[in-house]
Design a protein around this ligand. Structure first.
Ligand code: ADP
Ligand code: MG
Length: 287
């Protein structure tokens, strides 16, 4: 009877848009009590857009946007896409870059027209004018992208994406299964808290570097919690593998899909609750 019950479970899973790596995956769903949700691309759409450009005294807005857009053009990050698309839309073709470097969870660097340009969160100290612009952007729930060159921060680009229309419903469904939702992100605390509030999450872990996401999952497990993690990014892959149950968004990166135990094919977070409910039910049939 056991193999049949499992097959029924996984067949129904396929109908719901859930791909299960193997029947052994189902076992961990029984004890899961915590579900860690990545923010960008999982709870939010991950399609960010450029909202505001702020240039410090002595710097032109177009110049700032042109240099930032040129560097971000070489990156796949959602923030980078927003900046590059916004820059191209306003300014047309962007200049080429040399010596591009990606700093995971922080930003990008490259040489553009003889300048050493940095974009993201790469400056330790900000001039008061730039710090004030960061503050204002974050107060509006935007991600503040600092742009500078030749060792000096010179302005801020404010980008934001939208919370998915289905995320609040998904969080409520996860809660009904007895799970405590936790929002995990590399993004700044204020943005994370505004997203958490919008979808009904109380526990927020923000400003976490990509390599620290695994440590967060390990810490929660060491506290005696059984952890499911839902994510989509390259940054989430190690954490998905470390969690008791890793759920990858099918709309996400290959790295995340390979690391997960389950894939939510359509990238619909509501299906995470369906997946846990279905596998618990399948296990109940076997026992
Ligand atoms: P998340 O955990 O939400 O998926 P990441 O860990 O990928 O976010 O990135 C964390 C933060 O690092 C971003 O919110 C952004 O501030 C900054 N960042 C990362 N990559 C870039 C980039 N290419 N350009 C600008 N900022 C970046
Ligand atoms: Mg993500």
């Amino acid at each position: 009877a056991t193999p049949t019950a499992l097959l029924v479970g996984t067949g129904r899973g396929a109908q719901l848009g859930i791909l299960i790596k193997g029947p052994e995956v189902l076992e961990s769903t029984r004890r899961v009590d915590t579900v860690v949700l990545d923010k960008t691309g999982t709870v939010t759409t991950g399609r960010m857009t450029l909202h505001e450009v702020y240039a410090a005294e002595g710097t032109g807005e177009d110049e700032l946007l042109r240099l930032a857009g040129a560097v971000e053009h070489a990156s796949e990050h959602p923030v980078a896409r927003a900046v590059a698309a916004g820059a191209e839309e306003q300014l047309g073709t962007l200049p080429g870059v040399e010596g591009f470097e990606n700093v995971p969870g922080r930003g990008v660097r490259a040489r553009v027209a003889g300048r050493e340009v940095a974009v993201g969160r790469l400056y330790d100290a900000l001039p008061p004018e730039v710090a004030a612009a960061v503050d204002e952007a974050e107060q509006r729930g935007r991600t503040a992208v600092v742009v500078g060159w030749d060792g000096e921060a010179r302005g801020v680009l404010a980008v934001a994406d939208a919370v998915k229309g289905t995320s609040a419903e998904a969080v409520a469904a996860l809660r009904r299964l007895g799970l405590t939702p936790v929002l995990l992100t590399g993004d700044n605390r204020r943005v994370a808290e505004s997203v958490a509030e919008a979808v009904g999450i109380d526990e927020v872990i923000a400003e976490v570097l990509p390599e620290e996401k695994v440590a967060v999952v390990e810490r929660l497990r060491s506290e005696g919690r059984t952890v499911a993690m839902v994510g989509d990014g390259v940054n989430d892959a190690a954490a998905l593998a470390t969690a008791d149950l890793g759920l990858a968004m099918g709309t996400g990166t290959d790295a995340a899909i390979e690391a997960g135990d389950l894939t939510l094919v359509r990238g619909d977070l509501r299906v995470a609750a369906d997946a846990i409910r279905l596998s618990r039910r399948t296990l109940a049939t076997i026992k």
